[in-house]
Design a binder for this molecule. Structure first.
Ligand code: PMV
Length: 315
């Protein structure tokens, strides 16, 4: 039987969320062990069917939470005059949704890859990113493209919207602890609140955005110098700027304080904010495990540990 598969993974923004929308640089890395997979198989002449975590049924009846994906699939089929094709698409994902881990972009990347494989069409990397951003636009009107670029990359990336996108190898003597606050993130809401703030208080808001841009340049230098302590401090300053921008919340602030009290070098929210995940830079996996254990007692629901280079604990 004719079929097609597509795969993608979670992403973590190290630095530059929100400011990346306004032309400042950002650094993000793929979390390759946290995957989204899409499988497409033939269905003879029936309607197009979608099976996913949130919905099982005819694609055309899928809920608004999947409107970006529906829009993307229809856009691709129309562009190839394939609106009459029928198939069964199954989306499976290890990514928690609405946690700032780029669940929607990862799904979009995997859907595009699966459709192009299923139909046997040629797909370039730039076409893949352009198509995935069609779905991202439905989530909030002005996506930077960072989520899609990182979900489609096997390496960390440095990005300035519409200007620079390249891989940025990270080999740091530290590791990243990623923590789910258990609270739904609100990317759309947070992005539009920053936009409103920029309109009502342009000077102060632009200063925060510019400062976040400077911190991204500083982080790049600290990565190049293998300076985990410096990068930890940069995380903490970024968190205070993001809080001033109005995209953190009390639960995140409290959990971040706890992570620092238990020895994290620095911590900040990651992704859209107002909930979702935060990241802590820690010396090694042993310390990451201990901090994770303490944070779980305070309400963190899930944790992931991502080494950023050689970790003596693992050798
Ligand atoms: O919450 P996420 O994982 O969708 O990340 C959003 C990142 C923002 O910088 C806030 C928006 C964007 O388009 O880059």
């Amino acid at each position: 039987m004719h079929s097609g598969n597509g795969e993608s993974h979670a992403k973590i923004i190290l630095i530059g969320e929100h400011s990346v929308v306004y032309g400042q640089p950002a650094i993000a890395l793929p979390l390759s062990k946290v995957k989204t997979k899409v499988h497409i198989k033939d269905s003879s002449n029936g309607p197009r069917i979608l099976h996913s975590r949130y919905f099982d049924g005819e694609l055309k009846n899928s809920p608004t939470s999947l409107s970006g994906i529906k829009h993307l699939i229809n856009y691709i089929l129309e562009a190839h005059s394939m609106m009459n094709s029928s198939f069964i698409m199954t989306i499976t994902s290890d990514l928690p949704a609405e946690r700032g881990m780029g669940s929607s972009a990862a799904t979009a990347i995997a859907v595009v890859r699966a459709l192009y494989t299923y139909f046997g069409w040629h797909l370039t990397h730039s076409k893949l990113l352009q198509l995935a951003n069609i779905a991202e636009k439905d989530i909030h009107g002005n996506p930077s493209g960072l989520d899609a670029a990182t979900s489609a990359s096997s390496q960390p990336v440095w990005m300035i919207k519409n200007k620079e996108l390249f891989t940025l190898p990270i080999n740091l003597n530290a590791c990243l602890l990623i923590c789910d606050s258990g609270i739904r993130g609100r990317t759309g809401e947070a992005v539009s609140s920053v936009k409103k703030r920029l309109e009502s208080d342009p000077e102060a808001t632009q200063a925060l955005i510019n400062k976040l841009g400077e911190l991204a340049f500083a982080a790049r230098q600290q990565i190049a110098n293998d300076d985990p302590s410096g990068l930890g401090k940069t995380f903490n300053i970024a968190q205070s700027q993001l809080a001033a921008l109005g995209v953190s919340n009390k639960q995140l602030d409290d959990l971040i304080k706890t992570s620092l009290a238990f020895g994290a070098l620095g911590s900040k929210l990651t992704g859209g904010g107002r909930g979702g995940c935060f990241i802590s830079l820690v010396r090694n996996q042993k310390s990451a495990k201990e901090i994770a254990r303490q944070l779980r007692k305070k309400g963190v629901t899930e944790t992931w540990i991502q080494p950023l280079g050689n970790d003596p604990e693992e050798e």
